[in-house]
Structures are given as C-alpha cells and as structure tokens.
Design a protein around this ligand. Structure first.
Ligand SMILES: Cc1ncc(COP(=O)(O)O)c(C=O)c1O
Length: 408
C-alpha cells in the first residue's frame, strides 16, 4: 500500500490527536530511518527519546524474537523470567552502580508507559503517607511540567492549556514555578501536614528542556523530608543514561524516594517502571495496585538486554562526550541564543519563532527534528549517536537556518 492510501486510511479511521508529519518510516538501523519511498533520514528524536539503543539494535531484535517465539505474556499472577533481574538492574542503576552510593534496595512496579509509572508513583506516595506519615494527600508539582495524559497525570501536569478541556480533573495538586524556592517553602507553610510528595522532572522535557537548579532540587528534597513527604523524580524522559548518568538526579547530589522510568528502558518495547526505596515500597500491599500487561515476558526480555548493553558498553562516557560535542556545535550556530540540558537531551533556543519551520525543512533535508515550542529545537537522538552524526546535523541545520533567516 502506498503512502497516499496509508494516509487516507489513517485520516478516516485513526483519532486526530496528533498533527502528523507527512512521512511513513518503514525501516530503521541505529541512527537511520528509511521511509516508504526509500529516502534516508538521520533521527535526532528516537521516537521521543525511546529508541535508546538506536533502531533495531541486533541484541534487542534477537532478544525480542527469541522471547516472542517462547512466551509473550502470562500476567502478573505468576513469576516471570528476568523480571527480578531487570528490577535488580534498575536498583543497581538507581544506586549509581556504586556500592558506596547505595541507599539500599529499590523495588519496582512494572507498567507500560510513563504516565502509568507516574500514576503508580503518586498512588504509592498517598498510600505511604496514610500508612506511615501524617496522611497528607497533596502532591506538589512544577509549572511547565509534563507527567502524562491520563486524568491524574494531567492534573499533575501544570500546563493550563493542556488541562482546561478535560476539567474537572482529579484534585489534590498544588503547582509552583520551577526553581522558585520561596514559592515552594510557601506551599509547605500553607499546607502543614497535608503534603505527601513533591513530584518533579529534574530537567523538564516537553516544556522545551528546562533544568531545575541544584539549589532548588536540594531544597525540594530537604523540604519534602522535613515535612513528612516524599520526593518523586519523574525520570521518564531523563532516565536510562539519556543525560550521561543512569538517572539525571545523580548529577545533582539529591536522593529521591520514588523514581518514574519509561521511554528508553526497553529500547522501543512499551514499558514503564516505578521504583521506590524498599521502605517506601513496603507501603503497598497485594491488591493495592496492578496492571494486566505491565512487566510482560516480552518487555522483560527487551529491558534485560537494553540495560545490559547500556551498562556494558559504558554509555555514560559516550553520551557525555557526544552530548558535549553536540551542545558546543549548537551553541556555535548564529541563530541559537541558548543551549540547555545535559548529555543527549538538549534544547536549542532560537532568536526567532522558526522552530516548526526548521523541523519541516529538516524532514525535507533528511533530518528528524523536534520543536516542543515555536522557539525551541529539542534533540533526543538515540544514545548510539556519534560525533560524525552531529557533524551531518550541524552542516544541514546551519544551511536550513540561514535559508529560513534570509526569507524573513
Ligand atoms: C517527563 C515525562 N513524564 C511522563 C511522560 C508520559 O509518558 P507516556 O507518554 O509514556 O505516558 C512523558 C512523555 O513525554 C515525559 O516526558
């Protein structure tokens, strides 16, 4: 079936929740994607930060194929091969792979998406507070945050434009501006013994790559803990080596109690995970939470291989080096006024609202780019991205930017 027919069927039968780009990718390998007409693209989005090992990494393909031929799904009523191993790999990664940094065992609940990982994190915080602290149920989140599209995660997402159509949303949320220490303190003062958690992205992704400051993160941890509340790090986008460490909080010397994980953890197979320190996780009892699909045999096979490859091949060094190279190259472009982020999660702020036009021109020129805001380009390439890929990107981007600039 050709592109025109695919598009027609899509438009007739698929809900119009995304403004789609005019392309249908049919094959991928590493950094490269190929469309149905055979045109090649370099991918700097990786399925929104999901294809951590690049497209169709041979080890992941092999693991999925072998597992699919043996057993795909049986449900959480049973023990599942590799589930304990994957949870241990996540626990070790959350402890920075260094025994001296370990805060103890982390226990994981497996789900299928980032929103579900956050749902679990918020339910656990409320249950923990009821069973172990003052029983407060308010969750504090940051303005500009993004935590998902379910009703509860949308209520947590402090972006009125995304929320208004769906009101009434679940209650129990208070929002404060990012990096505003006084506002955070004021919220705790205004709600004594009522707050069960502060939930934040260490680097906000969907708002255009906005990092929290170290001072703010440390204050959030300290205020939460001194007020009988928990710190939840939503590492759905920043986690799994994206920023050059296993988790972004590890750059800032803070210690969250609950961490939400998804995107890159299974290299493209849907998986979400909510990990909590053992003493916090103990607040859940059988029947408190669940999922039919979460932690399937297939997802475990993919995650097991992904986490081994990421750890064995020293992706921390690789992502840090290539990320710094990309950041420097972006900063050198005439139209770029600021580069934000860490590792291979970068935002380039343009001096004009040209980002959507750059994305469109990029597609024409064989680049997959992303514009979370009219002035921001966001780069989330597969973690296998090399300096040579960055060179191609920068050469094409600088031509695109100067051509668009000249049209003005
Ligand atoms: C920080 C963060 N949290 C949660 C989500 C929601 O994840 P999902 O779309 O897998 O539900 C996203 C998705 O972009 C995200 O970036």
């Amino acid at each position: 079936m050709g592109f025109a027919e695919q598009k027609q069927l899509d438009e007739l039968y698929v809900m119009p929740t995304f403004a789609r780009k005019q392309v249908c990718f049919v094959e991928g390998e590493g950094m490269r994607l190929r469309d149905d007409a055979g045109k090649e693209y370099l991918d700097f989005l990786s399925g929104i930060g999901v294809c951590s090992l690049g497209h169709c990494h041979p080890a992941v393909v092999d693991a999925i194929a072998k597992q699919a031929a043996r057993l795909i799904h049986v449900s959480n009523y049973f023990y599942i091969e590799q589930r304990g191993e994957v949870a241990k790999l996540l626990s070790d990664a959350l402890n920075g792979w260094r025994p001296e940094d370990a805060v103890g065992t982390w226990k994981t609940f497996f789900a299928n998406s980032g929103a579900e990982a956050n749902e679990c994190a918020m339910k656990l915080a409320r249950v923990w507070s009821r069973r172990n602290s003052h029983g407060g149920n308010i969750i504090v989140t940051l303005e500009g945050s993004f935590h998902g599209r379910t009703m509860e995660t949308l209520a947590a997402t402090a972006q009125p434009a995304k929320q208004e159509l769906f009101e009434p949303l679940p209650g129990g949320f208070v929002h404060v501006p990012i990096n505003d220490l006084e506002a955070l303190q004021a919220v705790f003062d205004a709600h004594p013994q009522q707050i069960c958690a502060v939930m934040l992205e260490v680097i906000q992704g969907e708002s255009g790559v906005h990092p929290c400051t170290q001072e703010f993160l440390r204050a959030a941890e300290q205020l939460a803990h001194s007020n009988g509340a928990l710190l939840i790090a939503d590492e759905v986008q920043t986690g799994i080596y994206r920023t050059g460490k296993a988790f972004a909080f590890q750059h800032f010397g803070i210690q969250p109690d609950i961490v939400a994980i998804a995107k890159g953890v299974a290299a493209g197979v849907p998986m979400g995970a909510c990990a909590a320190r053992e003493d916090i996780a103990a607040a859940f009892q059988p029947g408190d939470h669940g999922s039919t699909f979460g932690g399937s045999n297939l997802a475990m096979a993919a995650a097991h291989t992904t986490l081994h490859v990421l750890h064995d091949e020293h992706f921390t060094t690789r992502v840090t080096e290539v990320g710094a190279y990309l950041a420097e190259a972006l900063a050198g472009l005439a139209q770029v006024i600021e580069v934000r982020g860490l590792g291979l999660m970068l935002g380039a702020e343009l001096d004009e609202a040209l980002a959507p036009d750059v994305v469109a021109a990029g597609l024409e020129a064989g680049l997959v780019l992303n514009a979370p805001t009219p002035t921001t380009l966001r780069f989330l390439p597969p973690l296998v991205c090399e300096k040579a890929d960055v060179d191609v990107l920068i050469e094409k981007l600088s031509t695109i930017l100067s051509e668009l600039g000249n049209k003005e």
